[in-house]
Design a protein around this ligand. Structure first.
Ligand code: SF4
Length: 200
């Protein structure tokens, strides 16, 4: 996992000519109308970058979202985990977890141009305030290859994350309930002992 996260973090900026313009108010990090979906891999990367356990990231920094599969059928989709807004990792105009930020943050806005979606997004009023979309940086061909690789990694991470969540979370919650009802996980003096499980 360490090697994978290191490689992922390296690719985030490899061959990129993009940087957030000074004049931008970091709308994507602040406004609730922009949804930043995170996978369990993103949460592990964030946990390494900020030192918080995944469970506390989920509780304090994330919320449940909904990702519609089709724009004209907004009621069909998947439940997601997304960052609460304004993102608590934004300090002034800087991301405090930059090397461990979610893939969705690293892909924005360059992926729009690689996927040929810039025109579609430019038509939407909410994107008119983004200088990086109205005046995009060039995306060199080497960077385009890397963005395609990151998009592929992101799709695999989301698939894996959805699979783990759907399979393991019901069991984790049952085992937690059983431990509570059997009085387990309590130290001397009736105080809750530290959870020895890995930071998830
Ligand atoms: S993790 Fe960083 S880049 Fe992503 S929304 Fe938060 S502050 Fe912005």
């Amino acid at each position: 996992m360490d090697d994978y996260l290191r490689e992922r973090s390296r690719l985030f900026n490899e061959a990129s000519e993009f940087s957030c313009p000074d004049g931008c108010q970091r709308y994507d990090c602040r406004d609730s109308e922009f949804h930043i979906t995170v996978s369990l891999i993103d949460l592990v990367a964030l946990s390494r970058a900020c030192g918080n356990k995944v469970s506390s990231l989920l509780k304090d920094h994330c919320k449940i979202g909904f990702d519609p599969l089709e724009e004209d059928e907004p009621w069909v989709g998947r439940l997601t985990i997304e960052l609460k807004k304004p993102c608590s990792f934004l300090e002034e105009k800087k991301c405090s977890v930059y090397p461990g930020r979610p893939v969705a943050c690293a892909l924005f806005p360059e992926a729009f141009f690689v996927l040929g979606k810039a025109d579609e997004f430019l038509k939407k009023e909410i994107f008119q305030k983004f200088p990086c979309i109205t005046h995009p940086a060039t995306v060199p061909s080497r960077r385009k290859e890397i963005l395609h690789r990151l998009l592929q990694m992101s799709a695999q991470e989301i698939f894996l994350s959805d699979f783990i969540s759907s399979v393991s979370l019901p069991f984790l919650s049952i085992s937690k309930t059983c431990r509570k009802s059997s009085g387990g996980n309590r130290g001397a003096g009736g105080k809750e002992s530290r959870d020895p499980s890995p930071s998830i």
